[in-house]
Design a protein around this ligand. Sequence first.
Ligand SMILES: *Cc1c(COP(=O)(O)O)cnc(C)c1O
Length: 401
Amino acid sequence: MNETFISEENGYYGEFGGAYIPEMLRQNVESLRSVYHQIIESDEFRTEFKRLLSDYAGRPSPLFLAARLSNKYGAKIYLKREDLNHTGSHKINNTIGQILLAKKMGKTRIIAETGAGQHGVATATVCALMGLECVVYMGETDMLRQEPNVKRMEMLGATVIPATCGNKTLKDATNEALRDWICNPENTFYIIGSVVGPHPYPDIVAKFQSVISEELLVQLKSKEGTEDPDIIIACVGGGSNAAGIFYHYINRKKVRLIGVEAAGDGVDTNRTAATICVGDTGIIHGSKTMLLQSDDGQITEPYSISAGLDYPGVGPIHAWLAKTGRAEYMNATDTEALKAAYELTRLEGIIPALESAHALAVLGKLQLKSNDIVVVNISGRGDKDMQAYTEALKMFTGETV
Ligand SMILES: *Cc1c(COP(=O)(O)O)cnc(C)c1O
């Protein structure tokens, strides 16, 4: 990890970020804010974080030159293989960091919210590792849709509590988790899964995920003789895998940074999750950022085939990178992502997560040059998405898997 955090002291990235929270949460958030720098930057913490990232999660994740994909798009395309991490995505980087932070703060009970269940599984995993009590809030609708992940969390020893209000999805699970945290401020640590929520969470999560670009600098130097690719591409739900792979490149202005949002059925339909593309500024989950809202300021339901990208807000760091023009934000529809997933699978023998497939889906929309070096972050593996992939194959070719 480098020494600097990106946001300024109160958690603002330009006009975005901050901590817009009810008075009842102020003390919980403040007790975290007042200690996190010191803990995360201590030698003891860094040593233990590094050890678990390597020996438990399997880092560094490989940087793979995808030869056949490169040939197809006429550029040199590398894949950053976060799909090879323990539990199958980049999420474990963050949960390892936050569980260590919780332990250093003397907390004995962990809570989390989860949508698709990926963050819930990563949290339940590190709680088992550390022997801490784990409670995961999950919308009742999501529990039915993502049953294998519910079973995984339970096998890992977590208690999964259904959120039964509203649409019974992620937003409702988040409200339940916040309520729990307010009632249990002494012993409970709330592990948030992306670069969202009130300051200091976006700052903390970006920092833990920055290991991705820290490794990329070294790996690219050894393979290409330069630390800097021409283009970095990552999908954006809340934005943590993108923040992680952008992190050390934000001040290297020659490197083009591209975030890819989920367009769902299309950005001109109301079934989309492309927050930066079609949203406006507002406040969601304690942070000032871009979000999907109706004309009267109600948060609207996002839609994407990919559960991990189906979030109505986006981390404030991305709202800022978009506003300042430092990063570009594109989008890919469900169908484009499904096609890109099949393409990677058939060309390279790698089944990506549906989320990651959105990043791959913009390769054909860029005017790449033959000497361009492009890095695509493969945020996770596709095992969890086999049902969607199987249905898609019928749609494309009539074939069945
Ligand atoms: C959760 C998830 C995402 C989306 O989250 P970000 O915070 O935007 O990274 C992307 N890919 C995978 C594989 C995920 O599990």
